[in-house]
Write a protein of this length. Structure first.
Length: 212
């Protein structure tokens, strides 16, 4: 029986994360985790050069040895990316017995969570998933989303954060005015604004959108 996965966003800041395995697949997961300020430990008897580089830079902790059951139970989140299926099953079992969320690469039935296909633009994250049943489709849709959210959305996302702060200060006790300001921001022609205006002009446009 296949699993269904709830789409959520989870803070990993300072959370102890374990990656079992030291190959290219493990490296891809480590590259993702490094963006989220968690404390990463890798356990594997050998690892690709990039993992050893990260360890040498102090970005991760690398324990060059075999996995020892049930040590995964002491972590906050676990990824098992070994090419040893029996080991992956053991790691999954150790985690499930301890209530620790686990991802086993290419085995959704052993997973508590999966990695969706993601488009990230600063604080804006757009993700698509097929519950790992048809990952090629999720990957294709991610490419489509790359076109829907081009690079300018990084700046739009940052500007939206600043704009919300201004709105909450200016219209603190007036929810109707807040809604009007947000609607003006959302309906603005940001493509044109970013192409034609400098920072000072954008700040003036902010005030126009704020006041109406």
């Amino acid at each position: 029986m296949t699993n269904k996965f709830l789409p959520i966003t989870l803070s990993l800041k300072n959370r102890p994360c374990l990656v079992v395995g030291g190959g290219g697949v493990a490296l891809r997961k480590i590259n993702i985790l490094l963006e989220y300020e968690c404390n990463i430990t890798v356990i594997a008897p050998k690892a690709v050069e990039r993992i050893e580089y990260f360890a040498g830079k102090g970005l991760i902790k690398y324990m060059k040895r075999e996995y020892k059951s049930p040590e995964a139970s002491t972590y906050g989140i676990v990824i098992s990316a070994s090419n040893d299926k029996a080991l992956n099953r053991q790691v999954s079992e150790d985690c499930k017995n301890a209530g620790v969320p686990v991802n086993v690469v290419d085995s959704p039935v052993l997973c508590d969570f999966i990695f969706p296909a993601v488009v990230k633009r600063d604080c804006l994250t757009v993700a698509v998933s097929t519950d790992n049943k048809a990952p090629f489709l999720a990957g294709h849709l991610r490419l489509i989303l790359e076109g829907v959210f081009p690079e300018r959305w990084k700046k739009i996302a940052r500007l939206s954060v600043d704009f919300r702060k201004k709105v909450m200060r200016r219209w603190k006790n007036e929810p109707g005015k807040r809604a009007e300001s947000f609607n003006r921001f959302l309906n603005a022609d940001w493509k044109s604004i970013l192409e034609k205006m400098d920072d000072e002009q954008i700040e003036e446009e902010f005030n126009n959108l704020l006041e109406g």
